[in-house]
Design a protein around this ligand. Structure first.
Ligand code: ADP
Length: 454
């Protein structure tokens, strides 16, 4: 209401680009499944389907305290995780901001120093008489894993750039740094963050089958039957299963033949650090959605259909719309859209927005956010159907990340979309749960499983 015919028409164009029909999604799901099969059969495919060497499920009755390190792009977290034997988990953690020196030169010595501080502050440092502490290491950078506790760094991403690490075993680098400090700490497991998320969910609920992250990026891990992992040359685990890291953010990156890239997505892709890579991730995850919305809003402004063609230095700058603004706009139900007004006028510094401008901002936010939720169902359905036999019984899917936690309606839209591609009986058996900060906890649980087997 109050919008001009030209504004209505532009919004209709956007709706037709961003609202994906079930027919369209069905085609994408089919291609996703084909890519999964391809990655199970051979290395170097679009979906990497990386073996994690995690072959067990926790029972949920394990007790004791275990340690983990969670290395992200800005922080390192050191955790002590205590399991109560009834699925309950208590964590004590300390966050250390990575210094510029650590990010560019001294990373592994910095990490070892943080471990020492954490242990000494709590009087936990093992003496010569005590057994060493087993620690799980969550490392969310691309690694070619070679055993449960070794893996070669493929490349640095997310702002880290420490010379002399690519092509080397990151566990060895960390273990050597710990030895230099004389710490009796053994790196028992190298863990991708999605694998950690799955294992933390599995301790609370042993029926957990899949772990997903919808945060800065997106990715997922799941338990696969080893017989389906054709490229696997190692010994068959007694459980018959292994957790695979799908690296699903890379989906469709060969030719963009299946994902419905709009001109606004293409604009983002072209200016990104990794053009024509990680296409699925770029349509779904927090790092990108605000920028897609910004591209749309400027396209509208250039036709004088938003803010009467006005902009600001801030709105003109790449990445100035954080994805959290889309969440704020989508929940704003006030009659004057006060929250959206704040974003446009204060945060983005364009004064005098009309109510129609604010409505346009909200519609754009909703289109981008809801497309993300609907597209994320593609990976969920394809992965669950990969082991359709498990859908005869209740299963849990553990999910972490700001998009899942904070974007309004994300879970219900994703679940509703998933339901369109499964039978009602199958869908009834699926539970989606928040696995908050699960990546670090899961690494401690994997360290526990490893030490139980020693
Ligand atoms: P990470 O994946 O890095 O561990 P998060 O899950 O917190 O961390 O994701 C951070 C990403 O989520 C950032 O790209 C940020 O823009 C986005 N984000 C932060 N808050 C929100 C929110 N309320 N709604 C949607 N996205 C958000």
């Amino acid at each position: 209401k109050g919008a001009s015919p030209a504004q209505h028409q532009a919004i209709e164009t956007l709706v037709s680009q961003f609202l994906l029909t079930d027919e369209r999604l069905a085609v994408i799901i089919k291609e996703f499944r084909r890519r999964m099969e391809e990655g199970l059969a051979a290395d170097g495919k679009v979906l990497k389907m990386i073996p994690s060497y995690v072959t067990q499920r926790p029972r949920g009755d394990e007790t004791g305290s275990y340690f983990a390190l969670d290395l992200g792009g800005t922080n390192l977290r050191v955790l002590k995780v205590t399991l109560d034997g009834h699925g309950g988990i208590k964590t004590e953690h300390q966050k250390f901001a990575l210094t510029e020196e650590a990010k560019s030169r001294t990373l592994f010595d910095f990490i070892a120093q943080c471990v020492e501080n954490f242990l000494d502050d709590r009087n936990l440092r093992p003496t010569g008489q005590q057994p060493p502490i087993n620690i799980g290491f969550t490392f969310s950078y691309p690694v070619q894993q070679t055993s449960i506790n070794s893996g070669t760094l493929v490349q640095w991403t997310k702002g880290l750039n420490v010379p002399g690490c690519v092509g080397r075993d990151v566990v060895r680098l960390l273990q050597d740094a710990l030895l230099r400090l004389g710490l009796r700490v053994k790196v028992a497991a190298l863990v991708n963050d999605t694998v950690g998320t799955l294992l933390s969910a599995a301790y609370k609920d042993p029926s957990s089958q899949m772990g997903i992250i919808f945060g800065t990026g997106t990715n997922a891990a799941y338990y696969e039957n080893v017989n389906n992992l054709i490229k696997w040359k190692g010994p068959n685990p007694s459980s018959g299963e292994m957790v695979l890291n799908i690296e699903w953010g890379a989906f469709d990156s060969d030719d963009f033949g299946f994902l419905p890239f709009t001109p606004h997505d293409i604009k983002l892709d072209r200016k990104s650090l990794n053009p024509r890579k990680q296409a699925y991730e770029k349509m779904i995850s927090g790092m990108y959605l605000g920028e897609i919305a910004r591209n749309i809003l400027l396209w509208l402004a250039d036709q004088r259909l938003f803010l009467d063609g006005r902009s600001s230095e801030i709105l003109n700058a790449m990445w100035s719309i954080d994805t959290s603004y889309l969440s704020s706009a989508a929940v704003d139900d006030s009659s004057e859209l006060i929250e959206v007004q704040q974003i446009i006028e204060k945060t983005l510094n364009v004064p005098n927005s009309s109510l129609v401008d604010r409505q346009v901002f909200k519609v754009v936010s909703t289109l981008v956010g809801e497309r993300s939720a609907r597209l994320s169902a593609v990976g969920v359905v394809a992965t669950l159907l990969k082991r359709a036999e498990l859908l005869d019984n209740p299963i849990n899917v553990g999910i972490d990340g700001s998009m899942f936690e904070h974007y309004p309606g994300f879970e219900s839209i994703m679940a509703e979309t998933v339901s369109h591609f499964l039978t009602p009986e199958q869908f009834k058996n699926i539970n989606f749960s928040l696995a908050k900060d699960g990546s670090g906890v899961g690494a401690a649980i994997i360290a526990m499983l490893v030490s139980e087997n020693q």
